[in-house]
Ligand binder design. Sequence first.
Ligand code: ZN
Length: 198
Amino acid sequence: MFLEPRFGGQRSGWIEVVTGCMFSGKTEELLRRIKRSKIAGQSVIIFKPSSDTRYSQTDVVSHDDNSMDSIVLTQVSEIFNYQKDYEVIGIDEAQFFDSTLVGTCEELALAGKRVIVAGLDLDYKGLPFGPIPHLLAVAEYVTKVHAICPHCGNLATHSYRLSEDRETIVLGEKDKYEPRCRKCYSMGNILDLRPKKI
Ligand code: ZN
């Protein structure tokens, strides 16, 4: 369980990254940290990319229907229109932003803000996704969360795409993806024919 290093009085900020595959609880963890900051009396704001339209245009919603208001951005640079009065900045679905997110997060941290980024580490091909790998390198704190593989019960680290679409970004939920462990992911479609244990 991640515990905040220090809530008050810090002179410089920092970057936290919460990452993992789909259905691993990244957004829940982001919302948990944001809520704790609010309890501590800090001003918080959450951003998400306009490309994530699965649940709501203006809320950050986790798979368990936890939600908070958010600002929807079409470009990373729009963060600077809003961030001035906030001490804690959350960014959800960060894999959909371009590489300028890295410098932006560093600039915000340098300005004394706590920046909490949540996003997929790997795309459906198992390759590093968007700006997340770079953010993992520059972050002070990294938390990798896991789902459970529905085929074998091991920890799931990969997002397996059930559909035939081949674009990198295909929005969808359990109809399009399932979390899988390394082994079941590597076995690919063979497993689609098997009944799931859970
Ligand atoms: Zn498995």
